[in-house]
Design a protein around this ligand. Sequence first.
Ligand SMILES: [Zn+2]
Ligand SMILES: [Zn+2]
Length: 199
Amino acid sequence: MTKMDRCPICNVSVKPDNLLRHLSDIHPRHPDTLRLREELTAEPGRVAPRPSGVPIHVRGWHVALVILIVLGGTGAYYVTSSVTLCPGGSFPNVAGTNYVYHWHVSLLVHSGSAPVPIPANIGMSQSCTQPVHTHDGTGQIHIEPNVNRLYTVGDFFLVWKKSFGNPTQMIVNITDVTPSPSVILYDQAEIHLFYESFT
Ligand SMILES: [Zn+2]
Ligand SMILES: [Zn+2]
């Protein structure tokens, strides 16, 4: 029987020697990934022995390619992959119990100096619950996917049926970032979006 580990970020079970790869593949931009990778790499027996004959540069090349794709193609990747349609035209149904992770993000949208209300039950219908949805009007987004992948602010706007448009400012966890719909919805993030006028 293989001993399984759990990913400290999304809690899925992973084979011990796949955990490092899981972290770089699934959570490349999570704020804890770098630290976790360093800690795990230092653990004896964590890194699987490299099969002899496989040159190191192949792996380095792969890593470089992944970084290029992540940096260069994030927008396109998420736009094309985000909408997995469920019957009736939205995301797959997520029953309350079979989600892979359950995260919460606080979204605050400002139009001029006025706060924009974010309605309750965005992404909820009788037949289908989107992996990214709201339950109440507080701006708390629930991310409860039944597949192991990340979601972005843009995904939430798709579910909300609003255009991300051209925010004048975007703040993620008190840090100013270049406004982008590709910002990932990580657990406990607080995201502010400022618009001259939001419609
Ligand atoms: Zn929920
Ligand atoms: Zn929730």
